[in-house]
Design a protein around this ligand. Sequence first.
Ligand code: ADP
Ligand code: ZN
Length: 516
Amino acid sequence: MATPTEILHTNFGFDHFRDGQEQVIKQVLEGHNTLAVMPTGGGKSLCYQIPALINPGVTIVVSPLLSLMKDQVDSLRQNGIAAAALNSATPREEVNPILRSAYNGEIKLLYVTPERLAMDYFQYQLGFLNINLVAIDEAHCISQWGHDFRPAYRQLNDAIQRLKTHPAILALTATATPQVQQDIGDQLGIPEDNFVITSFARPNISFAVAHPHQGTRQYILKYLTAHQGEAGIIYANTRKRVESLTAFLNEHGIQAAMYHAGMTAEDRAQVQDDFQFDRVPVIVATNAFGMGIDKSNVRFVLHATSAKNLESYYQEAGRAGRDGLPSEAVMLYHANDIQQYRWFIDQSTADDEYREVQYEKLQAVTAYANTPRCLQQQIVSYFGQECEPCGHCSNCTDDRQLEDITAMAQAVIAVVKELHGRFGKSLVAKVVTGSHDQRINQLHADQLEHYGALKLSQQAAGALVDYLLATGYLELDGGQYPVVKVAKPGWRVLDGEATVQRRSEPQPTRSSTTVD
Ligand code: ADP
Ligand code: ZN
């Protein structure tokens, strides 16, 4: 029987295993339930495709997206491996022949949606197959603590336990915080010893956060002009923004195409193809773009609108530099994007606990955008790992003076204290700047000792509060209307035992606006 290494050579044409692959394959072949956490592009698919070719029976691959399934099945077939997908798009008359081929051993990999796996009739049909392995792609979808919870994933373990052959389970994800890893393990019966987690660090990517005071479009235009001929992706969060930004860039002589879910399937396929084969260097897209794209020489990923959470951000930014060559990932940060996301969470009908998680994720984005720390370190620590300062992110290379802002910080923290940690960010900013807002009058907040202590615009004070939150001197508490509280390091600042520093920023020439 062929060994994993032989299959790697002969069926896939690769010389070496990547980090983690061999270990995962070994565990799975020994029948151990396994969790594999590897970055996007890390080569998760091989971790179940190779065992599938070695095992005597069938491997079921659970995948949430029809388009991804199709790509995978197509590319396996190109490698001469018989695979098929069963989902709502499969014509009825094809279902039985596919199952029969699986029964005969002609098909080794069967891709299904989580919904289908849970269906009684499908379970009955699977009863005839020798299923050795169930691979669960995008396994973070099983967790409420993740950024992409899908209720259908909740039924997976039940469905797998009903399979008579007691297959091994392989859960795979690119984005799982320690809490999510734990949850996946608990729900699928994967002991922690069987977690295979490779490094999250992407040393060839230079991360950057930009606060584009001249406007987002101008920033992007300048950036693209300086990076002509390079392949890159620009993410924006709405179709409208994608359309207008593409038009703007085209008007300014930049060759860029757009991509969003509102376009026809043919148009999208065309754009994807043009990008893949270097006919169009720049794609402006919503987050619909990227899944299933396997382009190694993407030199930059810009986020014209801030991401909703660091999981999505890192996944999207991680599409840069898969070839290992120097690449850039720039997040253009706008506080108003974050406010808008917050509003969406406020309006959602999800339960409190779930919303709480979303608020925390949003706060982590704010922290990322404001921290003076190495950005690679900041992200990696979000995923529970450590790394050395990268030396080339926008913080590591920032040579602006570190300014001592202890006195300003003390004023803000004092206001938070005087408000007894019972009010939100905007009220703190209003009090400390001495606003005459109606709410200030209602609360008699102008009577507070530190009312009007800072001669700053409300926006600047808001940014200062964000900075103190981001750097952990203050903390947010509560779900829908989070209140600002003093965190432990904040008390030390108030007591004069610690100082606060911030990089001096050039004065904004005009207020930063999102692309429209
Ligand atoms: P993921 O699912 O982790 O994002 P994929 O499984 O799609 O990543 O793999 C990303 C790319 O890396 C694919 O083009 C795949 O063929 C390639 N790849 C995977 N493993 C190896 C390897 N050991 N050597 C070289 N290329 C590999
Ligand atoms: Zn760095």
